[in-house]
Design a protein around this ligand. Structure first.
Ligand code: C2E
Ligand code: MG
Ligand code: MG
Ligand code: MG
Length: 292
């Protein structure tokens, strides 16, 4: 691609690109053995029901504790894992770990709690994916309705026929299907009707639009109404302030997730948070305890 841009330009960009490439290769080299070395861990970000501010579930987010660099962001290593195909093994680990830990939480707390797991296009493209999900549910005994798979719009646009078939199979297992980062891709609601989608996760950028114009409220409200008519529920991502919470509540958005409520946290912290909530600190009190 650099060549097509002309020799001079290619030479101009070379040093910078070389550095980026070397950096990538170094990361890739340490990413390969990371799974076997137990360097991954899951953090969980609570998802809040906007009607009563209770915690309904959480999203599992992978963390990589690199032996020399410390924490490496998934935004940095997930793309590498996707390109190299390592995401298939890593993703399987995430799915298993999330189901095992959630099953244990349900037993400890004596109440239902749901976990959302991010699934990349490359995993979905794997023939055995549905079997893997079925097997993990059997092995862990996690009720299928407690598992939600988050897919991106871009994962849904390649090979629509095959993807639609696969999603129907997953849906028949009883797991929930969500579209992540909605509003950043190209698809509209009508397009999503080809798939058995239960949940739309509105990207932070979509939610923030209300700062621009007052009529943006009507836009989000209309969007939520339409999603509801299509039997989908709506989750707002990246909620950082109280005014966004109020905005979303008046727009009848179902759930929210974001730093305003809680950051992604290790399992132990999530467990105490949920245990405290169960001790009667629900409603707005519960909200206050987790918005530190
Ligand atoms: P995502 O699935 O859209 O996850 C939401 C991201 O937004 C998370 O970043 C979360 O920490 C961050 N976030 C949450 N609340 C707020 C907020 O109020 N404000 C802002 N600015 N950000 C907020 P994180 O954990 O760094 O993950 C980044 C992305 O990496 C994820 O985006 C997801 O696409 C990917 N990812 C993470 N874990 C996995 C995984 O296990 N498998 C796959 N395939 N991808 C993963
Ligand atoms: Mg997600
Ligand atoms: Mg998202
Ligand atoms: Mg996002």
């Amino acid at each position: 691609r650099a060549k097509a841009a002309g020799r001079n330009r290619a030479r101009f960009f070379e040093p910078e690109m070389a550095v980026a490439t070397r950096e990538r290769m170094t990361l890739e080299t340490s990413l390969r053995p990371a799974l076997a070395r137990g360097e991954f861990e899951l953090h969980y970000q609570p998802r809040i029901d906007l009607r009563d501010m209770s915690v309904l579930g959480m999203e599992a987010l992978i963390r990589w504790n690199h032996p020399e660099r410390g924490r490496v962001s998934p935004q940095q290593f997930i793309p590498i894992a996707e390109e190299t195909g390592l995401i298939v093994q890593i993703g399987r680990w995430v799915l298993e770990e999330a189901c095992v830990q959630t099953r244990r939480l349900i037993d400890e707390l004596g109440r239902t709690i749901c976990v959302s797991v991010n699934v990349s296009a490359r995993q979905l493209a794997h023939q055995t994916f549905v079997d893997e999900v079925r097997q993990v549910l059997l092995d862990t005994g996690l009720p299928p309705a407690c598992l939600e798979l988050e897919l991106t719009e871009s994962a849904l646009i390649d090979d629509i026929e095959r993807t639609a078939h696969m999603l129907r199979e997953l849906h028949e297992l009883g797991v929930k299907l969500a579209v992540d980062d909605f509003g950043t891709g190209y698809s509209g609601l009508a397009y999503l009707r080809s798939f058995p989608i239960d949940v739309l996760k509105l990207d932070r950028s979509f939610v923030l639009q209300h700062d621009e114009r007052i009529s943006a409220f009507d836009f989000v409200k209309a969007f939520v109404d339409m999603a509801h008519a299509l039997k989908m529920s709506v989750v707002a991502e990246g909620v950082e302030t109280l005014d966004v919470v109020e905005f979303l509540r008046s727009a009848a958005c179902d759930e929210a997730q974001g730093y305003y409520f809680a950051r992604p946290m290790p399992l132990g912290e999530l467990r105490s948070l949920l245990a405290n909530e169960a001790c009667g600190a629900g409603g707005h009190a519960g909200l206050a305890t987790i918005s530190s």
